[in-house]
Ligand binder design. Structure first.
Ligand code: ATP
Ligand code: ZN
Length: 285
């Protein structure tokens, strides 16, 4: 029987979360000991651990069928592969930054300047689109030190909190793109492997959906029930159970993580008590 081959980052910012995502999908595999290939004992999948930058090429060449990389790496690679799912972790952005003492007025600043980056393709496209003529200095790591050592006037690099920029005397001035971990796939998957991938995607979507939602339980006086139901944008109509306490009910529903804090305030104002919010492990829709 055929097996699906997936490439994950060997060690780095995506590794742990990629491995736990497969774990949350119920896929068991030995991991550790610096192994490069691992095979699942309960799902037809083989896992290869690679440098993230190599993953798009391996997928394009069908050494592996799918992989998990940052959108930034996917876009920079310019390979003929597809994003099949956004995975909602490792959110970051690719931005331009300049020394903090510069009085920055707009992208025109970069005209006739030198910009250091590990993302020359994305940056070139950005400069072309904005009609900016700049020199791109390609370096593979520690980009943030380039202005300090006189290699460049600015940089284009991954930012999440901005603390690395700050500690190198830089400030973020333009966001070029938002990124998150994505699953990429070859454009030519045979039917057997497609079936396995469909199974895997079904599990991944259930896990992601569950992470985006919370299960909420609360108690309410019956006279407030209708008002509270209107506040809760549940996936279906909420479950209502009578409490032993006369004139009170317990209400159960699912709410999206995003809306969580706003809704909690509204619920309290409407008279809800004993509010419990619990994580959902899997959500099958
Ligand atoms: P490798 O040795 O595999 O080439 P790397 O050093 O290129 O690793 P990491 O720093 O581990 O890569 O980052 C991997 C990916 O994680 C990045 O391509 C990006 O999508 C994302 N990422 C990078 N920095 C951050 C951050 N500070 N916060 C969140 N996600 C990030
Ligand atoms: Zn890398």
């Amino acid at each position: 029987m055929s097996k699906l081959k997936i490439a994950l980052q060997k060690s780095g910012r995506l590794s742990e979360k990629s491995i736990s995502l497969l774990g949350e999908c119920g896929i068991k595999f030995p991991n550790g000991g610096g192994k490069l290939i691992s095979e699942s004992s309960n799902f037809p999948i083989e896992i290869l651990f690679l440098r993230d930058d190599d993953i798009p090429q391996y997928v394009e060449q069908q050494v592996v069928d799918i992989g998990i990389v940052g959108e930034n790496v996917f876009l920079e690679s310019q390979k003929n592969i597809n994003i099949i799912e956004k995975l909602l972790f490792s959110a970051c952005r690719l931005s331009l930054a300049v020394p903090k003492e510069i009085s920055y007025t707009g992208p025109d600043f970069f005209n006739n300047k030198r910009v250091a980056t590990s993302y020359p393709n994305i940056l070139k496209a950005y400069f072309q689109k904005n009609n900016i003529h700049a020199t791109i200095e390609v370096i593979s790591g520690s980009v943030e030190i380039a202005p300090g050592i006189g290699l460049a006037d600015g940089i284009c690099d991954i930012v999440s909190s901005g603390s690395t920029l700050l500690s190198n005397g830089l400030k973020e001035v333009e966001k070029i793109l938002n990124s998150q971990a994505v699953m990429v796939a070859t454009q030519n998957l045979d039917a057997d492997k497609q079936l396995i991938l469909d199974k895997l995607l079904f599990r991944i979507r259930s896990v992601l959906k569950a992470k985006e939602n919370k299960y909420i339980l609360l108690n309410t006086p019956n006279k407030q029930l209708e008002k509270i139901i209107r506040i809760l944008p549940g996936m279906n109509s909420p479950t209502i159970l009578p409490l032993a306490k006369e004139g009170w009910s317990s209400l159960h529903s699912v709410i999206s993580e995003d809306k969580f804090w706003d809704i909690i305030d509204e619920l309290k104002e409407a008279g809800a008590e004993g509010i419990l919010v619990v994580p959902i492990e899997k959500m099958i829709l």
